[in-house]
Design a protein around this ligand. Structure first.
Ligand code: TPP
Ligand code: MG
Length: 317
């Protein structure tokens, strides 16, 4: 278990560090919202899901995409705006998809995919499908009306949805305590009839075991559930840098989360030869993905009208 866990966490961390390194070259053509520091949330929750389960995420979605097994080459190519990207270079970092892995959508518009996830779950229930839907969103999204509407409807219809709030404490530069009268997100979910649990995002085993328990409840038809995972974003809201100079948070606050980083603790539990082998494989995979993105072509002009309507446009080659 620890071997696979380390490989998944490391791949996301290193891929995003490489994104941050490449970003100033202007080869990456879309804004990037990095999950560095938050990887354990996506990895831990997805650990408890089945291959045919569905996930929806947000613009901060690299970790979720990779945790579900999304193709790294297609992700990096997408950031580069290339034709070989997962949305053929149209969506960029904020709109990753991997339908073959159940990654159905991410959006730049805060909160919107919560309703998409609930709609998907409703369709699955009507069709008597067994799979469940996990909806990932930030603490800021819980302030949107769509959060309330979605939880209400999911509870009313007893839909197979797992709501996962990645609470990193901030919406852009504003702390949760400066935005919300009550910080108890589980209480808010429970007010709609959606039972919730709160988990320490630095404890990967707690995330996995709580996610397994909660996923079982959702899968057995007990209705939707809510998980808050408390975590922390190490880099700026959008972009590759740190932002402590802005003054909305302190470097000390971040340091305490870095001191509790999941990765070195998982690494320490591995055989050290095995650890080095994983690290070499991950580095090779990332170098390959960036080389693939570099070498891939940009989309031709005809792509502008492809996927706009259901049928392909008859002209414009
Ligand atoms: C509907 C909507 N309102 C405002 C914005 C501007 N905006 C972009 S990200 C963001 C913060 C969201 O914070 P949170 O949900 O906690 O996610 P995080 O960025 O912390 O992962 C806001 C307000 C937006 N994109 N969409
Ligand atoms: Mg947030």
């Amino acid at each position: 278990m620890m071997t696979r866990l380390y490989r998944e966490l490391l791949k996301i961390r290193r891929a995003e560090e490489e994104v941050a390194r490449a970003y100033p070259t202007d080869r990456i053509k879309s804004p990037v919202h990095l999950s560095i520091g938050q990887e354990a949330v996506s990895v831990g929750i997805c650990w408890a899901l089945n291959p045919d389960d569905i996930v929806y995420g947000t613009y901060r979605g690299h970790a979720l995409y990779l945790a579900r097994g999304g193709d790294l080459r297609e992700m990096v190519a997408e950031l580069y705006g290339k034709l070989t990207g997962c949305t053929r270079g149209k969506g960029g970092s904020m709109h990753l998809i991997a339908p073959e892995r159940g990654v159905m959508g991410m959006s730049a518009v805060v909160g919107t995919t919560i309703a998409n996830a609930v709609g998907h779950a409703y369709a699955m229930k009507v069709r008597r499908q067994e799979a469940i839907v996990a909806s990932f969103f930030g603490d800021g999204a819980t302030e949107e009306g769509v959060f309330a509407e979605s939880l209400n409807f999911a509870a009313l219809k007893k839909l197979p949805v797992l709501f996962v709030c990645e609470n990193n404490g901030y919406a852009i530069h504003t702390a949760q305590a400066k935005r919300q009268g009550s910080l108890d997100l589980c209480a808010k979910a429970s007010a709609f009839g959606v039972p919730g649990r709160s988990i320490d995002g630095s404890d990967i085993e707690a995330i996995i075991s709580t996610a397994r328990e909660t996923v079982n409840e959702v899968r057995s038809g007990q209705g939707p559930r809510f998980l808050e995972v408390r975590t922390y974003r190490w880099r700026e809201h959008v972009g590759p840098n740190t932002d402590f100079a802005l003054g909305y948070r302190s470097e000390d606050e971040c340091s305490s989360w870095i001191a509790n980083d999941v990765l070195p603790r998982v690494a320490a539990r591995l055989d050290q030869d095995e650890r080095r082998a994983i690290e070499a494989e991950v580095e090779a995979e990332i170098a390959d993905a960036f080389a693939f993105a570099e070498a891939s072509p940009f989309p031709p002009a005809s792509e502008l009208v492809r996927d706009v309507y259901k049928e392909e446009a008859p002209c414009c080659n």
